[in-house]
Design a protein around this ligand. Structure first.
Ligand code: GUN
Length: 287
């Protein structure tokens, strides 16, 4: 019996490095025209995971020549003060993108904060307007994680037209926009979630599975069609404190055709697409 070869690893670090080189070149071109792309990054409180994410975003800006304006506020910051700060950044022509790190402290309404960010600077793509632009196929900012997943899928060279894609997870930031992007790429899309009966019944039919649940090993090898593309959005800690994705990587790589690792898959691409959105915001503003 011939055994199935191991899946090809889709290397998010390598793809990010390549894309970031292109971003740096475009930043250089804009600077020659007197415009330095700039991203404001706002952190409220001292959640350690958020602090790490924010630090990585600021570092990625520096790497590509994007100016970052990092502002950290104490957890007790009144919502009105945060909204006023966003309004000031909206009015500042030298700022092209605004990112408020989530989650926010409980007394702050995250949707109100997101909707306050000018649509021309909504580089997270989280506003209702950006969501509507995605749904209708209009130009606009796409949420960074699903946008990065699309770039990882594109890097396999496989055309999604007519393929069956299954997304597990229906969050506003990943699952739902992911399904819409796959639909736009002409895939037939199934969106599974916590109330779905027998998720495996769907994923076993899938040419592509995107797992965005937030729990270790939700996708096991018996749930994957041989040769399928598997994208793992998860970044979780197992009971013994180890970092793990949503996919049982060691087992699924024996079945899948392509698979993203955790870490080194989707994570670096999320930040790369944030840089892309910021650069595009600056290019639009410079026109
Ligand atoms: N928290 C976790 N991921 C993200 C992200 O991509 N953007 C924002 N604003 N907050 C987050």
């Amino acid at each position: 019996m011939t055994s199935q070869p191991q899946a090809q690893i889709i290397d998010g670090i390598a793809l990010s490095t390549q894309l970031r080189a292109g971003i740096a070149a475009r930043v250089g071109e804009l600077q020659q025209r007197g415009v330095r792309p700039a991203l404001a990054v706002i952190l409220v409180g001292d959640d350690p995971a958020s602090a790490v994410y924010v630090r990585n975003k600021v570092k990625a800006c520096a790497q590509t020549g994007v100016r970052s304006i990092f502002e950290q506020y104490e957890a007790a910051m009144p919502e009105s003060v945060l909204l006023a700060r966003i309004a000031a950044l909206n009015a500042d022509p030298a700022v092209h993108g605004i990112l408020v790190q989530l989650p926010l402290p409980k007394h702050i309404n995250p949707q109100r904060v997101i909707e306050t960010i000018s649509s021309t600077k909504d580089v997270d793509g989280y506003s209702t307007l950006s969501a509507g632009e995605l749904m209708t196929g209009a130009p606009g900012f796409r949420p960074c994680t699903p946008y990065g997943c699309m770039k990882l899928i594109e890097s396999t060279g496989i055309d999604l037209r007519g393929k069956h894609a299954v997304v597990i997870g229906r969050s506003n930031t990943v699952g739902k926009p992911m399904a819409l992007l796959l639909l736009q790429a002409n895939a037939t899309v199934t969106l599974c979630h916590s109330a779905t009966h027998d998720i495996g019944q769907h994923t076993r039919q899938a040419d592509l599975v995107v797992a965005a649940v937030g729990k270790c090993n939700v996708l096991s090898a018996d749930m994957v069609k041989p040769g399928a593309i598997v994208i793992d959005v998860g970044m979780n800690r197992s009971a013994d404190g180890k970092l793990c994705g949503d996919v049982d990587f060691a087992a699924v790589r024996e079945v899948a055709g392509f698979i993203t690792p955790v870490p080194g898959g989707v994570g670096p691409m999320t930040i790369t697409m944030l840089l892309v959105n910021t650069l595009e915001a600056a290019e639009r503003a410079a026109k």
